[in-house]
Structure formats: structure tokens, C-alpha cells
Design a protein. Sequence first.
Length: 300
Amino acid sequence: MDALQKLLFQRANVRGETVTLGAELKAAIDAQELPVAARRFAGELACAALLSAGALQFDGTVAIQIEGDGAVRRALAEVRPGFLFRVMIDLREGAAENLDPNADLATLVNATGRGRCAFILDRANRPVDEAPYQGIVALEGKTFAEALEAYFIRSEQVETKLALAADESAAGGILLQKLPGEGGKLPENYDPEGWQRVKMFADTVKSAELLTLEPAEINRRLFWEEAPLVTLETAPKFACTCSSERFDNIIRSLGAPEAEEIVKEQGGIDIRCSFCGRSKHYDGLDVKALFANAAGPHEA
């Protein structure tokens, strides 16, 4: 079920990708104990990030970050080389108890129209003094798919068709993009009607198909008349980037006086990863040892 397939429609000069997530999505979000609507949104966000990473073919990390003004305060999906991903949903206090399972995009992240979505490209081996690229866009549209379509069309100047679906345990999506003619040239057998036709086929995809079928089967059903080339088949994997060293560095960033004061007041310090739920407890001796070894190697 956890699979991604990339296609090239040569005559139409269109690229396409289909992704489905099952067990890997469950592994990515179970520790967050999200209500149904937030689980669905996490699935859509993860699929959108994977599809975007595949389309961009970027050497580094591709992330979609949302700053919401609804039930969701913040959401983030990251995709690293090899289609390793993680996703996180941060809800406002009290939002989980009253969140409608069928909450729409506005309720989740754009209640007053001030929600924002950022595409972040952090290239591999980026110099410390170079900031990652960020493209920020308003969350327009009734669905998350519509909002991202608007981003690609307006900000990237790429005609795009995007479909997303998610339930409590699975998610899937299709991304189609019209390719520019390299150097103004198009394929010899270019079909000017191809883009509209391929997009029309994608419009017929059902949510149930995206949630229960493999990408290869979905694409076969939708595009068999077009005979596209399969350019990549891979399996996305959930992989968090947290580690004991990262947790240690969070404590070090507090400074010794503040860290020791927290231990004195609370009896210890607990660090928990917002993505995978991994945690680590530091007592007074742990904190003293960290700062006693402060001259050791730190993780950037």
C-alpha cells in the first residue's frame, strides 16, 4: 500500500505521480493521538509533500509547513532523499475534544483567512550562512488540494492538477503537471489536446481508489489509453530525524543555569518528539553531565 509511481505522458508533455500510504502513515502519526479530522489532514499533507518532492526532484529536504488559525496551530510534512518522510499536526488546546470528524480546510487551518502555507526547500550540504528557500502562499480553496494547485499555478507558473484523499488509516494522491517545452521545443508527436485529456481522466479518480489500490493499479485504470512511461517506482518510508544527541542539544541550548533551575523546580526535564513520540528524561545528574561535557561535539 505504501508506494509511489511516477509517469511520463510523452505525447501530452505531462508528468504524473501517484502515491498511496497505509502502514507507514500509521507509523508516522499514531503517537500523536490525533482526532479523525486531524489524522485525515495529516494524510493529505504527507501525500502532498511526497508528490511535491517527486515533482521537484530536489536534492535535499522538501517540506510543506502550515501556520493555521483554526483548530490546527501548526502542521509540517518533510520529505528527505529516498522518499523518507515524517508529518506532524499541532492542535490548539482543547481543539481535539470538539473537532468535527468531517471538518473542512477552513475549520482546520483557515478559520479567519489568515492561514499560510510555506514550501521549504533545504538543499543537501547547504552552507550554514545560506537560508533554505521559502515560498509562502495563502490557503485559498475549499480543499487542501485546491490550495496547492493554486500555489503551483500562481507561484511556480506550472499548470497542475492535484487530487488527495485520506481517512483514519490511509491516504493517497495524484499530481499531474504540464511540462514546458525545453528550449521552446515540444515532442515531435506532441498532442496539444493531451493535457486536457489526461487531466479529464484524473478527474474521474474516486477517493476509494486512492485509499485501497496500489498506484500502479490506479494509473492503469485511469490512463491505460495514454500508455505513459513508468519512470520511477518506490516505497515511501516513515523515518523521524530525532535522536538522543538532538535532545541533548535542546537541553544545552537552555544554558546550564536555566536547565538546572527547571530541574530544581520540576524534578527533571522531559523532552518529547512531536513527530514520533520518542521521549527522554533528564534528572539533575544528567543535566550536570551534559554541561560538564559541553566542549564535546555538538550536532548542527
